[in-house]
Each structure stands twice: as C-alpha cells, then as structure tokens.
Design a protein. Structure first.
Length: 339
C-alpha cells in the first residue's frame, strides 16, 4: 500500500459528483430547484442534444452576491441551513450544498448572476472544479447557469449516457414535474431551439394538466380539496376511464417537492380498486401539506423518497378520500369495524 495522502479538491468533488449528477437531467433538476429556492417567478430551461452538450437555466430570482460566487461552488456550502437543527424546519428544496460543487466538477460551467443590490453582475467560469475566470459584467437581476460538456473529464461516465433523444426525454419529464410542483412559477422549456412547454405561472392546475397531459385527461378530473387532522390535500384524481398501465401518471407533491411514496401510491390505488382493472394505475395530481413534523426529508441525497410517521392513519384517511370521491359520496369518517 502507498503513502496515505489527502485527495485533491478535484478528486473529492468528482467522487461526490457521482451521487448528485447521474445524468443531464440531474443538472436540470438541481439548477431549477436552486432557481425556485431563489424566489424566481420565471425560469427558462434550454437544452441541446439532450442536455449533453448544453444546458442553460435562467431565472429572475435573488441572484448571488459577487463575494459569495466562488464560495457557492465549494462542497457543503449553502445559504439555506446553518445547523442540523434547521433540518427540522427546512422549507427550501436544497440544503446540502452539493449541487454546484458536483456539477462544476464534471462539466464546464458558466455563471452570470446579479443581485438587486449590486450595481454590476458577475461572470464566473469554472471547469472540472478549476476556476477559469471571475469578472464583472452588466447583467439583469437574477441568475443564468450554462453547463456544457457533461462528464468531459470522466469518460467512463460519459459512456453510460443514452442517446440525446433519450436524455432529452428524461429532462422533459423532470421539467414537467417541476412545472407541476410550482404552478405559481412560469416555466419555459426549449429543446433544440423549439419551445416545448411554456406555463403561465397563474396557479391554475387544470391549465397545467391540459398543457402537459392533453385534453382527454384535463376533461376527466375529479377535484379534491380535503383537510384531515394529519394533512391537507388538494388537486385532482383522474376518472377511472383514463387509467394507465404504469405509475407514471401518479403525481404526488409534498411541500413543493415531487415525491415518490409507496405509502401514498398504495392508499390511493387501493381506493381506486373497485374501479380499476388489475395492473391499471390511476392518473393523480395531488398536493399535500402535512401537519407538524410528520415527514423526514433527509433520507436520500436526491430527496425523492420520504419517511412518514402515522403510516396507518395516513393510509386509511387517503383511502377513504379516494373511495368517497370515486363513489361520489360525501366523505363520512369511517367507523372502525373488526377487520
Ligand atoms: P444548496 O441548494 O443545497 O444550498 P447548491 O450547491 O445547489 O446548494 O447551491 C449553493 C448555494 O448557491 C445556494 O445555497 C445559494 O445560496 C446559491 N445559489 C445557487 N443557485 C442559485 C440561484 N439560481 N439563485 C440564487 N442563488 C443561488
Ligand atoms: Mg441546490
């Protein structure tokens, strides 16, 4: 064995990047989440060749202060939490401070940013964790990230990328979920110079369904707006006539985050059971607001899986909501019976 030595920043960041940046869609997700956390009301996502050659994300959010720019690219640097206790009340989508360091470790990154208070903006170039330049420029308030040549310095990982079309489809999926999770933000998605999605940001969820899923689904929705002692939920359940052969049309959002949850899926699918054939899944678009500290978001780096407390109560309450909606009955609290 050789001498024990500390790894360089480039190597540490490259290794860590593997956790955060799996493919171009991960870059889009992280950068758009940052834009959302920065309070943007309009976000433009532009990609070329499935995001492999270019991803450009522009927002009109808070911008980054000139003096903070180089720090933002360091590992574990974040403006969103200060201590572990803050995790209990974290409301931002990010908080690990790993995205910018990871992305800049495996791609060529250009950042143009300006805060409302600064008179001029900053243009910062960083490639493979190495700062290339840091200059002052005129810029509108907000932030633009341009990410080029993903995995240019990790050929082994670049080899695992799929075709530009497939990578582009993954990104489309991510953008749609982000747009659905924030109906109050206007999203524009441009793929190879074509506008693929442009949402208004007017908070009308039905409009979003129409734009993303089309008229058939938009015309077959049952509205949900219910509060129990554990959670509030609003959104739509698809009528049983618009079922699909997989779970891709089940959408669950918690605190502005698109999530997957076997608990939520199971409760809702069971509520549909009498109405669906085997191996058919419903269309759902449900926004949850859980009361108290019933969820732990700090489970996985990509933060898509959540842990709940009160699993059984959540199951039966959700089941009841779906069952009542589909059978067109008023929601009557269930009287426990011997099962
Ligand atoms: P995290 O989101 O977990 O804080 P990131 O590495 O994604 O970590 O970002 C680091 C920091 O850079 C953020 O905490 C934020 O202060 C700043 N930042 C990143 N993107 C933007 C943006 N689009 N607008 C304003 N600030 C941003
Ligand atoms: Mg982030």
């Amino acid at each position: 064995m050789g001498k024990i030595e500390l790894l360089t920043r480039e190597t540490i960041d490259k290794i860590a990047a593997g956790e955060v940046v799996e493919r171009p869609k991960s870059v889009v997700k992280e950068l758009v989440e940052n834009a959302i956390d920065a309070g943007a009301t309009a976000i433009t996502i532009e990609i070329k060749e499935g995001g492999i050659s270019l991803i450009r994300i522009t927002d009109n959010g808070s911008g980054i202060k000139k003096s903070d720019v180089p720090i933002a690219f360091l590992r574990h640097s974040t403006s969103k939490i200060k201590t572990a206790e803050d995790l209990l009340s974290v409301s931002s989508l990010g908080f690990r401070g790993e995205a910018l360091s990871s992305i800049s470790a495996i791609a060529r990154v250009e950042l143009i940013t300006k805060t409302y208070d600064d008179l001029t903006g900053t243009r910062y170039l960083i490639e493979g964790s190495k700062e290339i330049s840091n200059t002052e420029i005129g810029a509108p308030d907000g932030t633009t990230f341009i990410v080029k040549d993903i995995f240019f310095n990790t050929p082994a990982r670049r080899k695992f990328l799929k075709s530009p079309t497939t990578e582009g489809n993954y990104i489309t999926d991510v953008v749609e979920k982000l747009a659905l999770s924030h109906p109050n933000i206007s999203f524009k998605f441009i793929n190879n110079n074509k506008i693929k999605l442009h949402t208004s940001g007017n908070s009308n969820i039905k409009d979003l369904v129409y734009q993303i899923y089309g008229r058939e689904i938009a015309n077959s929705l049952i509205e949900v707006d219910v509060e129990t002692e554990l959670f509030k939920v609003h959104g739509f359940l698809g009528k049983p006539i618009i079922t699909r052969g997989n779970r891709n049309y089940e959408n669950y959002f918690i605190n502005g985050r698109y999530i997957k949850s076997s608990l939520l899926s199971k409760s809702i699918e069971d509520g549909y059971k009498n109405y669906l054939m085997q191996h058919q899944y419903p269309f759902t678009l449900l926004y949850f607001d859980f009361k108290g500290s019933m969820i732990d978001v700090n489970v996985h780096p990509t933060k898509m899986e959540l842990r709940f407390s009160h699993n059984e109560e959540i199951y039966s309450q959700l089941y009841d909501i779906v069952y009542a909606k589909l059978s067109n009955r008023e929601l009557i609290p269930r009287v426990p019976i011997d099962e």
